[in-house]
Design a protein. Structure first.
Length: 404
């Protein structure tokens, strides 16, 4: 009796392969037309593969937990002469050999280069993979690979350097295991909790459209004004105070977009980036717009001491609307710091340096202490115009420190 192949269908526009998670029939079972007989899992969902026609299952050529590409033969149905004739032109030649070559997750990965040449040569063949062979890097990963990644708590960013040997340059389970074996031969140590926390926060932050604008600010009056204070606040604390006052004037600038709702905070709570061992901690100054520079200075000293002891609790770091990062303390003049996932804004202050500035009254260049100041923001919540006006107001306040 003639046989009709059961083909792995195209399961989605960007789906190139799927993993077998359940086989509901066995050889000899009678099946109806379009009956679901196999469940497969992609990186998006679990889906069903159905029979091409009614008949009897002749054989199932796939195994559970194995990954197969679109177009692979999964088995055969014994069908009538009429049904076999309908599907004859779609039956692939030498199915057993083709399937063995097309499975990217099996141990015989040495066939990958030859397979890729074959795929490239048959450009336009409807039975080929919907992924161009020119794709490079860890672009496509099978459910089996993703399951292993989840087991090891790996992310796609961790595998970005792997060149896949599977069809369409997909990363196979063998590629992943080879990568892990190389790591084992290198010097490594467990990431600290704070390092892992920073990494996780930055990954979550980077899911948003972020933008950065910048300008320069004259710090001469800030440096002069701080000399009259004891203890002396650093320029970063002046920036915290200026940002808090500017946000109090336009609180909508720090609103968060959650779904289709714009959520505004009831308090101007501003974080301060504090360097701790192996990471950054961001304690929050509550109601910073109502906290004097003197109180900010005392509070900051306390937070730095706690940060060095790694004793800043999660509650002390939660709920801010924006953060200030004074990367100028490291001698850096410019930076694009990333806002925390639950915040909209991050103000960055660079190192001050003497530069010539034209004095219109004196008609000559005079030296002044200038620093670069940046504002990184979630572009979903605020546009360039609003961010620009906020940064301009911060600069105005910094250049008139008596108002702080």
């Amino acid at each position: 009796m003639p046989q009709v192949p059961i083909i792995m269908p195209q399961l989605g526009e960007s789906i190139a392969e799927a993993t077998i998670v359940d086989i509901k029939v066995k050889p000899g079972d009678e099946v109806a037309d379009d009956q679901e007989i196999i469940e497969v899992e992609t990186n998006k969902a679990v889906m069903g593969v159905t029979t091409p026609c009614k008949g009897k299952i002749a054989q199932i050529t796939v195994q559970l937990k194995e990954t197969y590409p679109v177009g692979a033969v999964l088995g055969y149905v014994e069908a009538s002469e009429a049904d076999a004739a309908r599907f004859a032109k779609h039956a692939p030649p030498a199915p057993q050999r083709e399937v063995a070559e097309e499975i990217p997750a099996r141990a015989d990965q040495e066939v990958a280069p030859a397979r890729q040449k074959k795929i490239a040569a048959r450009d336009g063949d409807a039975g080929g993979l919907p992924v161009p062979v020119a794709v490079k890097g860890a672009t496509f990963m099978s459910p089996r690979v993703r399951a292993r990644m989840a087991e090891l708590q790996l992310t796609t960013a961790d595998l970005a350097g792997i060149m896949g040997t599977g069809a369409g340059n997909r990363v196979t389970i063998k590629d992943l295991e080879n990568f892990l074996q190389k790591i084992e031969n290198q010097t490594a140590q467990e990431a600290s909790a704070i390092r892992a926390g920073v990494a996780d926060a930055m990954r979550r932050s980077w899911t948003r459209p972020l933008s950065t604008i910048g300008s320069s600010v004259n710090l001469d009056l800030v440096l002069q004004e701080r000399q009259s204070r004891d203890p002396k606040p650093g320029p970063g604390l002046y920036a915290v105070r200026a940002l808090a006052l500017a946000l109090a004037e336009t609180p909508a600038a720090a609103a968060k977009l959650i779904g289709n709702r714009v959520v505004q905070s009831n308090s101007i709570d501003v974080g301060i980036a504090v360097e701790a061992e192996d990471g950054i901690m961001v304690p929050v100054i509550r109601a910073a717009d109502k906290t004097s520079l003197a109180d900010l200075t005392a509070k900051y000293k306390e937070l730095v001491d706690l940060g060095r002891q790694r004793r800043i609790s999660p509650d002390m770091q939660a709920g801010g609307v924006a953060t200030v990062s004074n990367f100028g303390t490291f001698g850096m003049e410019w930076g694009t710091p990333i806002p925390l996932p639950d915040q909209t804004l991050l103000l960055g202050l660079g190192a001050g340096k003497k530069v010539p500035s034209w004095d219109e009254e004196k008609k000559e260049f005079v030296p002044r202490t200038e620093a670069q100041i940046t504002l990184s923001f979630d572009h979903r919540s605020i546009d360039g115009g609003g961010a620009g006006r906020l940064l301009k107001r911060v600069i105005e306040l910094l250049e008139a420190p008596k108002q702080l």
